[in-house]
Design a protein around this ligand. Structure first.
Ligand SMILES: Cc1cc2nc3c(=O)[nH]c(=O)nc-3n(C[C@H](O)[C@H](O)[C@H](O)COP(=O)(O)O)c2cc1C
Length: 203
């Protein structure tokens, strides 16, 4: 298992051009989305939303909003990961519903909501919410690699342009990552990473 997981992390790579005519089987897409759904999140608030695009015209519009990056238009499927913003307000029914799963007793729920209200007021919510989405994205990319599906995280997009293509209100939710999925048209390059010694400190 240890070696298999390591191989998976080595196999996943950023694909810059996909085979445009190869379809992604529906069950593979659902498996990848499930890996996102099962991801951990701060306060268990599942801050993400996934929007799936499969039509060529939509993928072209997304590519234009991503500085023309070819991997977006050539992918079999493009998943756009949105971070919830408005729903994360402490008074929102969404927060109450999700927190009630962990705190079913009224008094415990009130206490948890009080703590959350304090946290929310002291937090840069868009940055915090986006961080959760990146965890889901990482899990989706690793899961994809596990079933032979290539991906490329795309943070290079024009936010206003992407909101327009998605037809979303940036006060309600914000695009965090564009995730093209499919089959890479080029072999993976050699993995470039610093040695562990350059990032590690035992204390
Ligand atoms: C949050 C995030 C945003 C990224 N945005 C882009 C992007 O806009 N375009 C791109 O080609 N690659 C993008 N990448 C991919 C990285 O360039 C790539 O993961 C890195 O160079 C390491 O290569 P590897 O993934 O093949 O190991 C992004 C990666 C992450 C994690």
């Amino acid at each position: 298992m240890r070696n298999e997981l390591l191989q998976l992390f080595l196999r996943r790579h950023a694909c810059h051009q996909f085979l445009p005519d190869r379809a992604l089987p529906r069950e593979d897409l659902e498996f990848i989305l499930e890996a996102g759904r099962l991801s951990p999140s701060s306060f268990g608030l599942e801050q993400w939303k996934f929007i799936v695009f499969e039509q060529a015209a939509d993928k072209q519009a997304l590519q234009a909003a991503c500085f023309g990056q070819a991997q977006v238009g050539s992918a079999s499927v493009v998943v756009v990961i949105l971070a919830r913003l408005a729903e994360l307000h402490p008074d929102s029914p969404y927060v109450r519903r999700l927190m009630a799963r962990e705190y079913p007793q009224a008094e415990a729920l009130q206490g948890a909501l009080r703590n959350y209200r304090e946290f929310h007021a002291a937090t840069d919510v868009p940055t915090w919410s986006a961080a959760q989405c990146h965890i889901a994205a990482a899990n989706m990319m690793t899961a994809a690699a596990g079933i032979g599906v290539d991906s490329c995280a795309i943070g290079g997009f024009i936010p206003g342009e992407l909101c327009r293509v998605l037809d979303i209100d940036a006060r309600i939710s914000q695009p965090v990552l564009v995730l093209p999925l499919g089959y890479c048209a080029h072999p993976a390059g050699e993995k470039q990473r610093l040695p562990l010694t350059e990032m590690l400190e035992f204390r």
